[in-house]
Structure formats: structure tokens, C-alpha cells
Design a protein around this ligand. Structure first.
Ligand code: ZN
Length: 237
């Protein structure tokens, strides 16, 4: 049992690190049209009953379980005015959002980056979203010392067994819409991890979140997700 626990504790680390170095090939010149705002949300339509951003946040079911200030991924304070929202998926098939919160709080997720630890702002699963750090601080989830870390809020979507992908996507879309409204971020700045090239890595653009990419890069599935974010954003605008 104890050995299993150790394995379970280390697995998220192994998988997150694997997520940073996925060797799958991509096209040399990826199209950038995915970053355009969707012109017609379809589906779902934006004609539903309007709501407030407060109500939308209540639907997200957000829990704050912060990494302590000054520790691990927050050991250096680096302020941020967020201009982007970066969407990831964990590629961790055993760890739920609570397991990721625990791992971040005990400094179990190390990374070869500016501070030696991985950290992001939110982890979402089918029934809850957990916040790990304030949105006015820089994380370590996208592109080392690049703009993805310096200017974006990082959201990880869980993939553990039994977790509903559709419910997770919907909750993530609501959270992203809320954050767009809160920080004045336009839909074109809601981007996949793929958007941020990682210096010194091959391929530079990561296949993440992998299940929203098409042949390793943004396509129809990503645009459908953006449409969903846009739908919720319009309901509170
Ligand atoms: Zn990622």
C-alpha cells in the first residue's frame, strides 16, 4: 500500500514532465487562424438567459487551495497583469484536481525553469475547479521565460479515469469566460499551450491540450472549444 502510494505520488510528476517534452512531430508552419475570434458561436448559441459573472463563477464551483506564498512554485513573487489564458490538459490518468493541488503544495512538481518548480493557476475536473495561486502572479506552465508564463493565466484540465471530459471542458469554458470578463481578456487571447513556442525544445510547439488539437495543432476541436468559451462570455457581457 505504501509503495503504491509512493507510485501514485510520483506519477503526476512523471506525466507532467512528459507533457513538457512530448516528442511528437508537427507541421513546420502551423496555421495561426485558430487565434481569430470565432465569428459565429455554433454550437451552442449565445441566446440563452443572460447571467452575471458572479453566477457563472458559482457554476464553476471554484475552491481556493493555494500554494503558500514564498514556497515552491511561489517562492519568488513575480507580479503579472494577465493578458492571455492558456489551456492545458494534464495527461495524468490517475491524478485528479485534488491530487494536483496536493502535489503543488508539497513542491513535488519540479521543472527545469526559472524557479525549479512547475505551477499554474487553476486545475479543473468534471465537478470542481481548484485555484493554486493568485491570477496576478506569474506561473511556470507554458514556455519557460517566455510570454506564456509572463502574461498568461494557466488552466489545466484533468484526465483521470472516470472523469467526464465533456463536463470538464464545459467547466473550463465557464472559468475562462469568467476570467476574460474579470481581466478584460479578448477571446483571441484564449490560447492552447501549443500557442507558446518553447525555446530549445523540439518540437517547440507542444501538442497540448492534446485532445483539443487536430494532428498536433489547433483545428476544428479547438475552435469548438473557443466557441463554447465565447458563448459563456457573451452571457455575462
Ligand atoms: Zn500544457
Amino acid at each position: 500500500m505504501r509503495r503504491w502510494n509512493l507510485f501514485a505520488a510520483l506519477l503526476p510528476l512523471a506525466i507532467v514532465i512528459a507533457c513538457q517534452s512530448d516528442p511528437r512531430p508537427y507541421a513546420r508552419k502551423p496555421p495561426r487562424d485558430y487565434s481569430r475570434p470565432p465569428s459565429q458561436p455554433n454550437p451552442p448559441p449565445s441566446s440563452g438567459p443572460r447571467t452575471s459573472s458572479h453566477n457563472l463563477l458559482r457554476q464553476v464551483n471554484l475552491i481556493q487551495d493555494m500554494v503558500p506564498k514564498g514556497r515552491h512554485g511561489r517562492r519568488k513573487h513575480r507580479s503579472m497583469r494577465p493578458r492571455y489564458i492558456t489551456i492545458h490538459s494534464t495527461q495524468n490518468y490517475t491524478g485528479d484536481a485534488f491530487a494536483h493541488a496536493k502535489a503543488l503544495k508539497r513542491g513535488a512538481l519540479r521543472g527545469r525553469n526559472r524557479i525549479g518548480y512547475l505551477i499554474w493557476h487553476f486545475t479543473v475536473q468534471e465537478n470542481v475547479a481548484i485555484q493554486h495561486m493568485p491570477t496576478n502572479e506569474q506561473g511556470e506552465h507554458a514556455d519557460f521565460d517566455g510570454p506564456g508564463n509572463r502574461y498568461s493565466i494557466g488552466i489545466e484540465m484533468c484526465e483521470h479515469r472516470g472523469n467526464s471530459r465533456q463536463a470538464t471542458l464545459d467547466r473550463t469554458a465557464k472559468l475562462a469566460a469568467y476570467l476574460m470578463k474579470r481581466h478584460g481578456i479578448p477571446i483571441r487571447n484564449v490560447v492552447p499551450h501549443y500557442h507558446w513556442p518553447r525555446k530549445g525544445r523540439s518540437p517547440a510547439n507542444k501538442n497540448c491540450p492534446h485532445y483539443l488539437m487536430t494532428n498536433g495543432r489547433p483545428g476544428a476541436k479547438w475552435r469548438a472549444f473557443l466557441n463554447r468559451v465565447n458563448h459563456y462570455h457573451r452571457l455575462i457581457s
